[in-house]
Design a protein around this ligand. Structure first.
Ligand SMILES: [Zn+2]
Length: 80
């Protein structure tokens, strides 16, 4: 029997933040995007379980942004 293992990235949650943020990269002030994504282990090309979760916060115009930890992500998500 042959098993095919792999890994793939998935966006789990994506939303615009309530607070506006100024981007020094493209010089625009907009509602930045909060995104949670994860790398899933897959078996026969079907995602089985997440291996790694990432939280990112970025400018929707130029995609400039930074990574957040889980707490920061939830604070921003709740509008703080
Ligand atoms: Zn920008």
């Amino acid at each position: 029997m042959i098993f095919i293992f792999g890994a793939n990235d998935k966006v789990i949650e994506k939303q615009h933040c309530y607070n506006q943020e100024h981007c020094y990269h493209c010089n625009n002030t907009t509602n930045w995007v909060l995104e949670k994504n994860a790398t899933f282990a897959s078996l026969f090309f079907i995602s089985v379980f997440p291996i790694k979760t990432r939280y990112v916060y970025y400018c929707p115009i130029c995609k400039n942004g930074n990574q957040l930890n889980e707490d920061e992500y939830h604070w921003k998500k709740n509008g703080r």
